[in-house]
Design a protein around this ligand. Structure first.
Ligand code: PMP
Length: 404
């Protein structure tokens, strides 16, 4: 039975106060809070078996290696990859995208086309622009409509035999819109293009199945999924990971080194140069176990309920406009109040203990599309409550009164 008050007890930070008020944490799209189970896992690693991995004969090194690789297997099972070697540990979504963008430098030629969407985070725009500069490839953009929904007819029209790569986020961080990624992947494959899905915002809300999606690459970060910062994954189909050259050179990623020639390790180690975030990888596994104990259908139910209630209550405030009104949405509400700056609203409600994000959310093209400097973004997780939505609404009303 899902009991939000019981679940909240797992998150020590949720009982703290901010500016004398109980913390209302509604910035989950930026990073999630961490349950005691994940915190304990981190403490256990540093207290009991901290050691470098894959290279020691001693007991601690073997224990750390076993747990790190067991976590890789947890990640593989959770996302239904076909092999653990298709799961590359990285420092997060941004690192994963840059790894792929760098790898394609030698695989693209002048005039090839890359498609991204109008809804992307900067980390899914800038690395591709840099790739275009290096190769002479051309960047094309899938447009969106006023509801923040991508135009799939325009997308299909953009696809042609020059299209080499398609990069789209699964869920938009700025608006919470869920993109039709299965359609996007299938259409890209029709013209032989490779697809990378940025799942940074999706994996805390839905259970993603890499094989069912048939995506070529999928990237995400642990810190959005109740895990620690500084760790994430690149999933790639084996054939593509084999084709890409290594990203960084160093220890761990080699088979043999001499001054004449170096040969590289097989997957996944070819992409894992240097000492990794060992504790982070292990704690990522613990975070996935924790989310699965709660259950993704229960998570979705709670978040849908919060989204619906918050939408209704916020829209009762005169002059409040929500951006991203498409029907396929996750629990993110981006809004502005006529005549007020989002930063001012965010600053005042922080004084009342409420944490939201304000600004362009690393998605300036989305803000430019709506011709606004930014929004206030409230993003809800399964551990948020109806009472917290009420606190948000009443704080926003107060801010509006003070600023008008
Ligand atoms: N893509 C999207 C859609 C995101 O929301 C984020 C994080 N805000 C990123 C990419 C980048 O993730 P990270 O900062 O963990 O590398």
């Amino acid at each position: 039975m899902f009991d939000v008050n019981e679940i909240r007890k797992d998150f020590p930070i949720l009982s703290r106060k901010v500016n004398g008020y109980p913390l209302v944490y509604l910035d989950n799209a930026a990073t999630s809070q961490k349950p005691q189970q994940v915190i304990d896992c981190i403490v256990d690693y540093y207290s009991n078996y901290n050691a470098n991995i894959h290279r020691g004969v001693h007991t601690l090194s073997q224990e750390a290696t076993d747990k790190y690789e067991a976590a890789r297997n947890t990640i593989k099972e959770h996302f239904n990859a076909s092999k653990t070697s298709e799961i590359i540990y990285t420092s997060g979504t941004t690192h994963s995208i840059n790894l792929v963008a760098s790898g394609f430098t030698s695989l693209l030629k002048k005039g090839d086309e890359i498609i991204v969407s109008a809804l992307e985070h900067h980390s899914n725009i800038v690395p591709w622009q840099m790739l275009c500069e290096r190769t002479g490839a051309v960047l094309k953009v899938i447009p969106m409509n006023q509801e923040g929904v991508l135009d799939m007819d325009a997308y299909v029209d953009l696809l042609n035999d020059k299209t080499q790569l398609v990069f789209v986020n699964h869920i938009s961080n700025a608006l919470g819109i869920i993109n039709p990624i299965k359609f996007i992947i299938d259409q890209a494959h029709r013209v032989g293009a490779v697809v990378l899905i940025d799942g940074a915002q999706a994996c805390s809300h839905v259970k993603v199945d890499f094989q069912a999606l048939d995506c070529d690459f999928y990237v995400t970060s642990a810190h959005k999924m109740c895990g620690p910062t500084g760790v994430g994954i690149l999933y790639g189909k084996e054939a593509w990971l084999e084709k890409l050259p290594p990203y960084q050179g160093g220890g761990e990623m080699i088979a043999e080194v001499s001054f004449e020639k170096t040969t590289y390790a097989g997957l996944p180690h070819k992409f894992e140069a240097g000492t990794p975030n060992i504790c982070g990888g292990i704690a990522f596994g613990a975070a996935i176990d924790y989310l699965n104990t709660i259950g993704f259908s229960e998570i979705a139910k709670q978040e849908e309920m919060l989204l619906e209630y918050a939408n209704k209550k916020l829209l009762e405030i005169e002059g409040l406009k929500i951006y991203g009104t498409g029907s396929e949405k996750t629990s993110v509400i981006s809004f502005n109040i006529e005549g007020l700056h989002p930063y001012d609203i965010g600053t005042i409600i922080d004084k009342l203990g409420i944490a939201v994000r304000t600004g362009h959310h690393c998605a300036q093209p989305v803000m430019d599309f709506f011709n606004i400097p930014g929004t206030v973004r409230a993003s809800f997780a399964f551990y948020n409550t109806i009472e917290e939505v009420d606190a948000l609404v009443s704080a926003v009303k107060k801010a509006k009164m003070m600023l008008s």
